[in-house]
Design a protein. Structure first.
Length: 180
């Protein structure tokens, strides 16, 4: 008999990695796009055009399909093993996955704004936004790996501290860039 659950789990993980890679790179392209006027002067229009081409390809060929396939294979696993839905850690994970989908949709909004030339975010704001995907990745992986071992209080404090450290790192990077 074929172990469909194992195949679905492997595909779920593969597409999850692709989804996060797409999100990380997409927001990085948002930053480059936002900085194109500052860094490229007379060539900024050409750079913005190239960033838009790269964003469109990444978003439509990798990020959206990877998100959809991650969700499809995740739901197929839950369909095959519905008892997972009775486990508290799965509720927590699904809550963070929902927030990740909302993050993805907000990135789509930013993509459309940059595409229309009406982006409202600075490169610093976008750098901070980029770290949110890192936080989602860390939280979701810890929830799945530790399952019911994850203490709610210490887990929350740990993730908040990790988020603060990421924010401080972004601020330090901004300070170092300005100094150079």
């Amino acid at each position: 008999m074929i172990n469909w659950f194992g195949y679905f789990k492997a595909l779920h993980l593969i597409f999850m990695v692709s989804w996060f890679a797409g999100l990380f790179y997409m927001v990085r392209l948002f930053v480059y796009h936002a900085e194109s006027d500052l860094n490229h002067g007379i060539n900024s229009k050409a750079f913005r055009k190239q960033y838009l081409i790269m964003q469109k390809r990444l978003w439509k060929i990798i990020s959206w399909p990877a998100m959809i396939l991650t969700l499809v294979f995740g739901f197929l696993m839950l369909y095959l093993q519905p008892f997972y839905l009775s486990l508290p850690y799965m509720h927590l994970k699904l809550g963070f996955v929902l927030m990740l989908v909302l993050y993805h949709l907000s990135c789509h909004y930013i993509y459309l704004k940059q595409k229309n030339g009406s982006s409202i975010y600075s490169s610093f704001q976008l750098r901070v936004w980029n770290e949110l995907a890192t936080l989602f990745l860390v939280v979701i992986v810890f929830i799945i790996v530790l399952k019911n071992e994850l203490d709610g209080f210490y887990g929350t404090v740990g993730f908040l501290l990790f988020g603060i450290i990421l924010f401080i790192a972004v601020k330090l990077y901004k300070k170092i860039r300005k100094a150079n």
